[in-house]
Write a protein of this length. Structure first.
Length: 263
C-alpha cells in the first residue's frame, strides 16, 4: 500500500482533472443516435491533445479508451457501432496516465428522458459513493467504506455488485488495497493520510449476479436489470478526503454536497 506525499498527490490530481474534464465534455455530446465508438474516439483524441495516455487501452488487452456500458451492462462494455437510444442509461469508465500518475473515474449518464426508476438508480449510485466517502478519514478501516456503500444502496431497494472492487491508484492503475462495495464494518487496513483510493460502487435494480459476454469483457447483470456505476479517485489527508476527479464547477452544482464532505 503506497502512501503518497503532497507533491505526488498534486500529480495524481492533475491526471484526475483531465479525466473529469473529458467526462464532462462527453456528457454534452451524449444524445440519442450517437455511437459508443464515437464517444471513444472523442475521448481518445482529447486525452492525446492534453498530452496524456489512455490508461485502459491495452490494459490486459482491453481495446478502447473508454468503457461504455449501457443499461444492464455493468462495466467494461466495449465501444462499438451501437447507437444510444432515448431512455438508455450509459456508464462511462475512464482512466488516463499523465506525467507518471493515473487518474480513474466513472459516471452514469441518462440518454434523453429516462424513467423515474432509472433516474432513482443513477442518483443512488452517486449518493452511495458519497456515503462511502464520509467514512474516508484517517483511523477508519477499508470495510467501513464498503459497509456504508452496501447499507445505503440496499436501503434504496437496490443491490451492490460484488464481483468488482475499488482499488488503490497512483503510480499504477490498480494498487493495493482492494475496496469491496459490501461487507461488515471495522475490517481491513486502517485508512491513513496519503492513501489514494478509487472508490467505485456498481449497483443494480435487481440481483447482483454477473455474467460476462462472449467478448470476454462486458459484464452484465444476470437478470438483465439496469445497472449504474459511479467512481472517483479520492486522496485521504489529515483534514479528511479530497475528491481528485471532481471539477470545481461540479462541486458547486451538486446541491447535496455538504462542505464537511471535503473538510
Ligand atoms: N473498471 C475498472 C476500474 O475502474 C477499469 C478497468 S480497466 C480496463 O478500475 F481496461 F480493464 F477496462
Ligand atoms: Co477504477
Amino acid at each position: 500500500m503506497i502512501i503518497y506525499c503532497e507533491e505526488e498527490i498534486s500529480s495524481i490530481r492533475k491526471s484526475n482533472q483531465i479525466v473529469a474534464k473529458i467526462l464532462a465534455e462527453l456528457k454534452r455530446i451524449i444524445a440519442p443516435g450517437i455511437q459508443t465508438k464515437e464517444l471513444d474516439e472523442f475521448a481518445e483524441a482529447r486525452v492525446r491533445e492534453m498530452n496524456a495516455i489512455p490508461a485502459f487501452k491495452g490494459y490486459r488487452g482491453y481495446p478502447a479508451t473508454l468503457c461504455t456500458s449501457i443499461n444492464e451492462e455493468i462495466v467494461h462494455g466495449i465501444p462499438s457501432s451501437r447507437r444510444l437510444r432515448e431512455g438508455d442509461i450509459i456508464s462511462l469508465d475512464f482512466g488516463v496516465l499523465y506525467e507518471g500518475y493515473y487518474g480513474d473515474a466513472a459516471v452514469t449518464y441518462p440518454v434523453g428522458e429516462i424513467t423515474p426508476k432509472a433516474e432513482k438508480l443513477v442518483k443512488a449510485a452517486e449518493e452511495t459513493f458519497f456515503r462511502g466517502l464520509e467514512q474516508m478519514k484517517p483511523g477508519k478501516r477499508i470495510s467501513d467504506i464498503s459497509h456504508a456503500i452496501q447499507s445505503y444502496t440496499e436501503s434504496q431497494g437496490f443491490s451492490v455488485i460484488r464481483a468488482f472492487v475499488g482499488h488503490g491508484i497512483g503510480l499504477s492503475l490498480h494498487e493495493e488495497p482492494q475496496v469491496p462495495n459490501f461487507g461488515s464494518p471495522g475490517r481491513g487496513p486502517k485508512l491513513k493520510s496519503g492513501m489514494v483510493l478509487a472508490i467505485e460502487p456498481m449497483i443494480a435494480m435487481g440481483d447482483w449476479d454477473v455474467e460476462i459476454l462472449d467478448d470476454n469483457w462486458t459484464a452484465i447483470t444476470r437478470d438483465r436489470s439496469l445497472s449504474a456505476h459511479y467512481e472517483h479517485t479520492v486522496a485521504i489527508t489529515e483534514e479528511g478526503a479530497e475528491i481528485l476527479s471532481l471539477l470545481e464547477v461540479e462541486k458547486k452544482r451538486a446541491p447535496y454536497l455538504k462542505e464537511n464532505r471535503y473538510a
